[in-house]
Write a protein of this length. Structure first.
Length: 286
């Protein structure tokens, strides 16, 4: 079966899904996006993702492309059309199509694109059993990374550098050595006392939806969380290290810049968070 995409009111073959060359997302990265995990036939944490979408649109003064109540219907239909039981559904909203000018165009209808694709949960579970590696890179992004913008070139370059180094993620690090977040994930450590530590999300990082749900998971497991910054050095000396995102849940880190974390194997606390995640996360039928 061919893949199906939703583009501005139409469900079309993925191969025929196009936007106009003067779409402001293409020319200015003037748009936002969300990625929801699809797991076991459910869209995970969809209300929280749509709440963050609303915040991003508001921060950039972009109107909703459809009424908020209609968007979940579109997401479910794209998931259904693509027969996705486990995978992800991606949605992108841009300011729309207008003659190229830096200022906001008047009366332009926002563009909406939704796609979905399958993923192999067994492969992700196997990756978690062995853990992944990260490298560190200097922070070089704009100050409003709390907005889930499609302007991701620094992230692209960082993750390419990670790949070339044999790693799977890159952490952006401030000039003082404090870890901010990954190219597509939030960063966590677990102290020797078993306390989870992650940077506050008021500014400087994206408030990850999976990050937010992990607070609920930790509470269920009786684990303490501290929201504070931590250094690369502290991460290298931590009991456990992991990242979180919609596509990785809680993924153990076993090496930072080539140096093993703890004993170089995934830790039990991270794996317990991962295993308990779907018991806590909100699941909307796909």
């Amino acid at each position: 079966m061919p893949r199906i995409a939703y583009v501005n009111g139409r469900y079309v073959a993925h191969a025929d899904a196009f936007v106009h060359i003067e779409d402001r997302g293409y020319q200015f990265a003037d748009g936002v996006y969300e990625v929801c995990e699809v797991a076991r036939g459910f869209i995970v944490d969809m209300p929280r993702h749509l709440g963050r979408l609303n915040r991003s649109l508001t921060e950039l003064s972009i109107d909703w492309p459809v009424t908020p109540g209609v968007l979940p219907i579109i997401l479910r239909e794209v998931v259904r059309c693509n027969h996705v039981t486990d995978g992800l559904v991606y949605l992108q909203v841009t300011r729309g199509v207008a003659s190229r000018d830096f200022v906001f165009p008047a009366g332009t209808k926002p563009s909406l694109v939704v796609t979905a694709r399958k993923a192999d949960p067994a492969a992700a579970a196997k990756r978690a059993e062995s853990g992944i590696k990260v490298i560190t890179v200097p922070e070089n992004r704009w100050d409003r990374v709390d907005i889930k913008s499609v302007g991701l070139l620094p992230n692209v370059l960082a993750k390419q550098k990670a790949k070339e180094a044999g790693a799977q993620e890159a952490w952006f690090v401030d000039a003082d050595g404090t870890v901010k977040e990954g190219g597509s994930s939030n960063a966590w450590i677990i102290t020797r006392d078993g306390v989870l530590v992650t940077r506050p999300a008021e500014r400087g990082i994206l408030r990850g939806i999976t990050r937010t749900t992990l607070f609920d998971v930790a509470a269920k497991l009786g684990l303490k969380i501290e929201e504070r910054g931590f250094s690369v050095a502290e991460a290298k000396a931590a009991r456990e290290v992991f990242i979180s995102s919609a596509t990785t849940i809680a993924m153990p880190i076993v090496a930072i810049d080539g140096a093993p974390v703890a004993n170089g194997h995934p830790g039990s606390i991270t794996l317990s968070l991962r295993h308990a995640f779907f018991d806590v996360a909100e699941k909307s039928p796909a």
